[in-house]
Ligand binder design. Structure first.
Ligand SMILES: CCCCCCCC/C=C\CCCCCCCC(=O)SCCNC(=O)CCNC(=O)[C@H](O)C(C)(C)COP(=O)(O)OP(=O)(O)OC[C@H]1O[C@@H](n2cnc3c(N)ncnc32)[C@H](O)[C@@H]1OP(=O)(O)O
Length: 194
């Protein structure tokens, strides 16, 4: 069964997404947006360590290897972890728009169980933009990049300013991020006018 709720249908005045001229070239690894990110960071022992690459247009591909820490049922990936992989892949589209945006809505279809040890091959693209609203979709396949679909999602991301994080984040992590030149460089790669 699949379907899309009305919150994920672009309005009539939505436009096609535009790849930012300074977006990473197709094939280029995007790297982590934050080392402590559970989705893409290298500093989270049980994190997904998802590795995304720029695609053509406003699209990305990514890979995530399911490890024992990611189980729900015995030997199978937890659905929330798979949703995280989709969310993170969709979030990495920000690099191509050079926009900071957070997930407002994420609708996920779980089509096939995903065993521990599986590589999940993900792809995602922005489908439309309407003001601050960014509409996107993602697919996760198993067995290879052309293998059967295991999960898919449609999402609405909402553009925010850096203030979203500095106002709502816990002060100790925000201070550490602001003291980290690599982190500031990454934020600038997302936002044209930091
Ligand atoms: C140096 C300092 C360190 C900085 C470090 C920064 C580096 C970070 C870089 C990159 C980050 C990328 C992170 C990727 C990680 C993966 C992605 C995630 O998991 S993100 C986490 C989960 N998401 C949230 O925590 C959002 C929580 N929600 C909110 O904060 C608000 O609700 C927010 C910002 C999403 C919207 O709030 P409003 O007050 O700004 O805007 P309103 O007016 O409510 O919504 C705008 C439009 O969107 C629609 N909208 C909003 N939420 C919707 C929903 N759930 N469904 C349908 N429409 C929705 C509304 O109807 C409105 O539409 P109409 O303009 O009137 O047409």
């Amino acid at each position: 069964m699949s379907g899309t709720s009305s919150g994920l249908t672009p309005p009539a005045d939505a436009v096609a997404p535009v790849r930012h001229p300074d977006a990473p070239a197709p094939g280029e690894p995007l790297g982590a947006h934050y080392g402590q990110c559970f989705g893409c960071g290298g500093e989270q022992p049980h994190g997904l360590r998802l590795e995304a690459r720029a695609g053509d247009g406003v699209s990305v591909t990514a890979e995530f290897t399911v490890r024992p820490a990611h189980q729900g049922a015995p030997g199978l990936a937890h659905g929330g972890v798979l949703a995280t992989a989709l969310d993170e892949t969709l979030g990495s589209l920000n690099w191509l728009l050079r926009t900071i945006a957070v997930t407002g809505r994420l609708e996920t279809d779980f089509v096939r169980p995903v065993p521990v040890g599986t590589v999940l091959y993900l792809d995602a693209e922005v489908t439309a933009v309407a003001g601050r609203k960014i509409y996107s979709r993602a697919t996760g396949r198993i067995g290879g990049p052309e293998g059967p679909v295991a999960v898919r999602a449609e999402a609405l991301f909402i553009e925010v300013k850096v203030d979203h994080f500095t106002e709502h984040g816990r002060p100790q992590e925000i201070r550490a991020a602001m003291d980290d030149p690599d982190q500031l460089r990454r934020v600038r790669a997302f936002e044209v006018n930091p």
